[in-house]
Design a protein around this ligand. Sequence first.
Ligand SMILES: [Zn+2]
Length: 345
Amino acid sequence: MGDSVTDVAAGDRVVLSFNSCGRCTSCRTGRPTACGTYFPLNFQAARPDGTTPIRTPEGAPLGGLFFGQSSLARYAVVSAQSVVRVDGADDDEFALLVPVGCGIQTGAGAILNLLRPEHGDSVAVFGAGAVGLSAVMAARLTAARTIVSVDVVPWRLALATELGATHTVNSGTEDLGRCLADSAGPTGVTHVLETTGVSSLTELASTAIAANGTVAVIGAPTAGSRASFDISALIDGRTVCGVTEGGSDRITFIPALIDLAAPRTLAVREVRPLLRRGRAPPAVRDATCGGLRTRLTCEHRSNAGRGARVTACGTPRSAAGRSPGSALLRRGPYAQFPPVSVAPL
Ligand SMILES: [Zn+2]
């Protein structure tokens, strides 16, 4: 535990989330995703000085701190900024809360913090993974009249209906543009949340939204991907914007989500990920092909589930070697780290 860490103590149960500097105007006014160092702190896979807290058993540096944490390893060294205490949860409850700090926060936050649909609005959510389904559940908490879930996997669409979608569209077999127009009615779709990373869907969304509507883009296609749209469509107030982590202030928003999950207002149990320990590769493969079921038992728990094993470092410690993070960064923010085993620190 770093000397300057005061908000948590060894043994506290915490969930992990993204990192930010904690000192700039954005961070100090509840907008940490607007922090000027957000990108390098979360995607450089290293500390600001370029060092990394993770090494191979032979001592070679490995990228760490991805999204501020790299918490698929058995142990994680994280910034105190990435830690949110979770008080009062028993073991079962805590296992459900692990994904709240990323995917659930991202989908729900995009709706509740950014788009904020009002009475009579129509919301379309592209993609029905954990992020998209969390957005559907959050939209159900608003006064939006229509909530459209779009995906290509039938069982995901069925689950979206259970969680609050008023309409579903299988964009693999149906005309998405026509279906959006039919479901939204004369006002058109006022809000689109794009979670798939498919560039053509961002283009479609920009033409499908109503005047003064907003397209919020969460999905992350390959770095350098382009989408085009008719600029004249912006004249009557249409907006296309990006959003990360739901534009959330994790310190206040994660506890709010946990409060919503307790009475099952947010059905976190239904969208939590399947990630059995040691089975990450097949889980990733299943997710890619749409086969990842959400109702199966989650055996993986974040390092945060073993509170005393989390070392929160308020002041980055020096480490031997330079991080490969900058090279990874050049290949795109979501470049995969090499599949190596990580020794306990
Ligand atoms: Zn900051």
